[in-house]
Each structure stands twice: as structure tokens, then as C-alpha cells.
Design a protein around this ligand. Sequence first.
Ligand SMILES: NC(=O)c1ccc[n+]([C@@H]2O[C@H](COP(=O)([O-])OP(=O)(O)OC[C@H]3O[C@@H](n4cnc5c(N)ncnc54)[C@H](OP(=O)(O)O)[C@@H]3O)[C@@H](O)[C@H]2O)c1
Length: 430
Amino acid sequence: METENINIGLLGLGTVGTEVAYQLIHNNNIINNQKSKVQINLSKVLVNDINKKRPDFLPTDKITDNPNDILNDNNINLIVELIGGDQIALDMINQAVDKKVNIVTANKLIMSKYGHELITRAKNNGILLLYEASVGAGIPIIGPLYHSLTANHINRINAIINGTTNYILSNMSTGTQTFENALKQAQNLGYAESDPTSDIEGIDAAYKLSILASIVLNNRITEEDVYREGITKLSAVDFKYAKDLGYTIKLLAIGELDPENVSLRVHPCLISNDHLLAKVEGVYNAIEIQGNPIGNIIFHGEGAGPKSTSSAILGDIISIANNISNSETPNFKRSFINYESELQRALNAQNKYRLSAHTTDKRHIQFAALKDPKDVMPRQVLDYLTTSKNNGNNVNVEHEMISAMENQMLYQTLVQSISAEFSRVNIVLR
Ligand SMILES: NC(=O)c1ccc[n+]([C@@H]2O[C@H](COP(=O)([O-])OP(=O)(O)OC[C@H]3O[C@@H](n4cnc5c(N)ncnc54)[C@H](OP(=O)(O)O)[C@@H]3O)[C@@H](O)[C@H]2O)c1
């Protein structure tokens, strides 16, 4: 198998983008030392301010402030979106989906508000959109929900998924800091933004909870479906009473996920000091999943920061590379499909290919796509050809792909199915 290339267009070179670029360049040996035969390259990086000083490890000719240098470059086959925010990033992701370019993003706002539609469109276009870093940064949670935990009935999520508020509450719980002081300290250390509204009002946690709930319930859920109350009303006296009673105060994102009775909410909670979540301190995050048959499990780790976040992003990039290299299709851009669903889709579609049959009694028939997987060969066509053959006519059947069949491998599979049908009546498909 020849080596294929993943050429990355990185959108954003801020806190996270810089670390991802660094890892792609400096740890290229590790990143490319996977079982896959795909070579991962950083092709271009988009920034807002081209005059800003950039790290020395990045050649200047890789940096651009023109989105079209990435979005219109046909050699770029993976977009990594690390701009953040809403409209501009969404517009670029939409363009990538339309162009059938795989996407990795860490953008919880976009995945919460528009994730359901984007994932559906990405699937329909045969590409992957991965977003592990959007919840809990490097803590693996989205992958496990999609894969290792998928056999479970998950009935509850209890999560500390905002590092800023957890840092503030951890400091307030010592009894030495007011909310205002703890917030100021978080800002000084870079744990809180200059405008901390999204964190302290629970909006950020609501985005993340809605992303997790969407996966568990396989449904469109946004932050608007989440009840929320932030931490701004908490005061020192709350922490004193909590402590006296053996509790800790945490901002919890709670999902009660019985499909008949869903409740999603973010608010400060009293947690018994015995519970593992009560011991999650500082900017750390933890996500408890209660499911059947798994029982209770907790994922714990750094829920923010460039190193942790880049781990999830690079993992997503390598997953896409592995997905490509597992394919037997020469054109890897078309091989990111879920084979089963794509086959189903093709079988449900019409006029994807044409079979032409010529018989020596000068009759010529043409017939087009299969409609039902159970009816691999339309019965009346097979009957006609069988009768013709039995009457001593030679039957030549040829197949031809018509434009829309997107996948050579899939087409070959369909041809093989039809050949198998024909072989029962000694008709050869050429
Ligand atoms: N920081 C974390 O710990 C963390 C953790 C998990 C997830 N995330 C997510 O990761 C994403 C990136 O976060 P970050 O902290 O790295 O953000 P950041 O430091 O603010 O960086 C944003 C980058 O995007 C560029 N940018 C902004 N607007 C642009 C525009 N209109 N056109 C082109 N480039 C533009 C900026 O360019 P300039 O450099 O020229 O200003 C900057 O390089 C966000 O979605 C965030 O929610 C972050």
C-alpha cells in the first residue's frame, strides 16, 4: 500500500492551536508512528492578525490570514478548527463539510448549537467530524460514549465540566476567599477569561452537558434545553454551612437521561465529602456516568489547558488517519464512510449504476439501481434474462457506474452481489 497524506489546515493559532502545531511538528515521529500508512502533515495555519509574533518553530510561509488559502486548497483534506466562537468558525466548518473535507474541532459552542445538523451532513457527505476536545479537553468521554459504552443504558451523568468555576469554588471552600477574589485570582492565572460570564453563569457547562446528552439520547439537544444557574450568588456562609454538614459545593452538570423523562440542569450542588466528585479540585474536571450494565464510572483529569486539549485533538487527527489507512479504496477522500450505512444508502438510492443486457434475439434492456437490499437483483429482470437464456439466446450483461455512485469499493460489492445472483442461472456479468 502506498503512503497516503493527511494535509492539515489548522484554523487558529492561539492557546490550543499553538500546542497542536508544536506537537504536529516536533512530535511528528510519534504522531506518524502509528500502524496506519498515512503521513500527517501540517500544511497551513490560519490566524486573525498576521502581524502578531508567532512561535519560531512554525515557518512563516505556513501562516496565512486568508481563509481561502486553506478552504480552497484541494490538497488539504483535514480541517482542524481552533478559532472558537460562533459564526466565523461555523461558516468555515460548513464550507469544509460541503467540500467533503474531514474536520476536527474543540468548539463546544458550535457542537452544542449546531452539532446535530453538522454531524448528519458530515455523515451524508462521507466524512468524519470529530470533537473529543469539546468536552473535558483531554479527558476521553465522547469517544467512550460512542464506542466502549455504547451497549449501556446510560441513565445519569453527574459532571464537573468547567474548570474555571471549579477553581473558584475550590478556593472559596477554604473559607478564606470571597467569590470576587477567587474570580480575580482565576483571571490572573489565566484560568478565567476577562469576560467570565460563560463560565460563572454555567453557560459553558450547559454547552458541554448538551453535547453529552445528544450522544447518549441520539437526539438534537442544545444548551437551550438545559436549566442553569451559575455560581455568582454563592457566598462564604454557604461554604461554612456545607462544611459543618459534611458537604462540598460544586457546580454540577446533571443529566437524568431516561428517554421518557429527561432532565438536564447545571447548578451548584451540595456533594457529600465521601463522594469522589467532592474531591475534584482546582481546574480539574470529572464526569461520572451511571449506566447499565457498566454501573458507575468516573473520568477524571485536566479539563482545560493546551496540553490536555491537544491530546484529544491529536487523537482525533490520528483516528481519521487510521480510518483512511484501513480503507482499500485508492481515493482516500471517499473512504471515510461507515460502510454499512453507506451500503444501505446506496441500495436505497436510484440510478446509481446501470446494467445493460444484450440478448441474441436482438433485445436490449437496461435497468438501473437496486431499491431494496433484500431484492438484490430486481426479480422481473432476472426472470427475463433467465427465460431468454433458457430459450437458447446468448445473454451479455454489462455494468457501468453512473456518476453518482461515490465509492468504487461499494460499487464492486454491488456488482459481486448481482454476479452471485446471475451465476445461479449461468449468466455472466462483464
Ligand atoms: N483553551 C483551552 O484550554 C480550551 C480547552 C478546550 C477547548 N478549547 C476550545 O478550543 C478552541 C480554541 O481555544 P483557544 O483557547 O486556543 O482560543 P484562542 O487562544 O483565543 O485562539 C484563537 C485563535 O483563533 C484565531 N482567530 C480568531 N478569530 C479569527 C478569525 N476571524 N479568522 C482567523 N483566525 C481567527 C486567533 O488569531 P490571532 O492569533 O491572530 O489572534 C487565534 O490564533 C475554542 O473553541 C475553545 O473553546 C479550549
